[in-house]
Design a protein around this ligand. Sequence first.
Ligand SMILES: Cc1cc2nc3c(=O)[nH]c(=O)nc-3n(C[C@H](O)[C@H](O)[C@H](O)COP(=O)(O)OP(=O)(O)OC[C@H]3O[C@@H](n4cnc5c(N)ncnc54)[C@H](O)[C@@H]3O)c2cc1C
Length: 399
Amino acid sequence: MDLHDSPQDAAFRVEARRWLEANLTGEFARARGLGHMGLQHQGRELRQAWERRLGRDGWTCLGWPTEHGGRGLPVSQQVVWHEEYARADAPARINVMGEGLLGPTVIAYGTDEQRRRFLPRIVDGTELWCQGYSEPDAGSDLANVQTRAVPDGDEWVVTGQKVWTSYAQWADWCFVLCRTDPAAERHRGLSYLLVPMRQPGVEVRPIRQVTGTAEFNEVFFDGARTRADAVVGELHDGWSVALATLAFERGVGLLGDVVGFGRELDQVLELARKGGRSSDAILRQRLTDAWVRLFVLRLNTLRSLAGVDGPVAPPQASIAKLFWATWHRDLGELAMDVLGAHAAVAEQFPYELGDLQRMFLFSRADTIYGGSNEIQHNIIGERVLGLPPEPKVLARETR
Ligand SMILES: Cc1cc2nc3c(=O)[nH]c(=O)nc-3n(C[C@H](O)[C@H](O)[C@H](O)COP(=O)(O)OP(=O)(O)OC[C@H]3O[C@@H](n4cnc5c(N)ncnc54)[C@H](O)[C@@H]3O)c2cc1C
């Protein structure tokens, strides 16, 4: 496998780098570094203006087909874009849910009318989305979703509670997994509904986290309304659509993350060199190990994306998720060990965390969202190793 850019990819890299250099200037110079892990609440207006700038110049939705407003670029160039974007320390994207999840789902399962209505506003960065799947009793066991949607004339009326909803505080729309056939069991009888967020029946309550900030939310639907034709895919078949959305979640962005991880590791290494703790034999081994594992992560991600022109297949996606999430969580712990006693003290009163402290705390979430480590182990155990399936008794008892 050739790890160098092809001539076309190299030319594209230059184009992407030049555009980023030329545009992360003026008002957007301040946007550099905004909104990364543990700081997603930062700079909403500036980041949305940046989203529109990206859209104006054709730098959103690079992998979408051209007939839906994308650029139809191959995976290799989407990867290049993510790497250059991370290298430039451009702000965290504010519409990842729209571009990465809802858009591809509407392209695959939506009606022409839904495509015309929703896709252009994701491409140009004017409408933001959030993902309404998880509920207090439906996380790993997603089929246990209890939020209900009931038809009322030419509308649906939605009632229920979602939780951990990232970006809900800013989103214009939410794609909601909800129960439309109450008589059906578990994953049968669910539908995938598009619900406007700015209406009286929707209440968003931010959840304050251990980082001191609030990135995600509880969302209460209390008689919220949406149009009858806002179902994506077949009525009562939202489970297939919801799973398809999750398959879009893992892919080309990981190599951009790897660039960010490398930057964090450099910070830890720098600290170890300066702080003199590099003489600690165990710490030296862990630092070296972190570097090697990051190198392996990059190579393996490149390998799994080579020749792929869509979502990465489930076993590879699970291996990748398990590997990077565990790596990042371990890096957080390593950073705290290198910081030593300073790790326990906030940088400024009352609770101003340093970058590494914030990374440590936020990285605890990595092994949970997008499918927890335990769930990835289950998938790999059952689908790759052919182990007997886990007993389903617990899930039924806790309903
Ligand atoms: C930062 C962050 C952002 C998120 N953003 C969103 C969002 O935008 N929209 C959204 O819908 N959700 C979001 N989530 C929710 C996320 O998808 C869930 O947290 C995740 O699916 C786990 O569900 P849970 O929290 O209910 O934990 P549970 O499913 O209750 O799990 C609790 C523990 O039990 C383990 N466990 C559960 N079932 C099994 C099993 N069968 N075998 C072995 N172990 C098991 C889990 O691994 C975990 O350790 C976000 C979560 C985080 C942390």
